[in-house]
Write a protein that binds this ligand. Structure first.
Ligand SMILES: [Zn+2]
Length: 127
């Protein structure tokens, strides 16, 4: 991933550390960890891939290459994550932007390209 996921947000270098962090954060507060059937829909907020937790509405830091997403607030584990088909293109188009402008929810890549042109980050000839 070019943008930020749990490695940058939580300092968890791999999926095992991500799971251990959830156990530490939830277990310490007496919160049970359990699998949830909901499907997460990731988006990008200021350079970070996140998803809203369907159970508690907290932001969940998600990683494209990891098998599950873990809510550090309510203990939810989500195995169904609806990553965008254009994931790589979205990251490529957002990466050159200042972090505060690295945002994506459902824009098609052409919209991101046009915005990059307006920002002076991408020459029209490159499109
Ligand atoms: Zn939650």
């Amino acid at each position: 991933m070019k943008l930020i996921g749990p490695v940058g947000v939580l300092g968890t270098a791999d999926e095992a550390m991500y799971g251990a962090r959830q156990i530490a954060m939830c277990g310490g507060r007496g919160i049970a960890i359990s699998s949830r059937p909901d499907v997460l829909r990731p988006f990008v907020s200021e350079g970070r891939w996140v998803a809203d937790c369907p159970t508690c509405a907290a932001g969940i830091s998600v990683h494209r290459d990891w098998t599950v997403a873990r809510c550090m607030n309510c203990g939810g584990i989500y195995a169904s994550i609806d990553w965008p088909d254009a994931f790589d293109l979205i990251e490529m188009l957002l990466a050159p932007r200042p972090v505060r402008l690295q945002n994506w929810t459902d824009e098609i890549p052409d919209m991101l390209k046009a915005e990059n042109v307006r920002l002076g980050l991408l020459m029209k000839e490159a499109l």
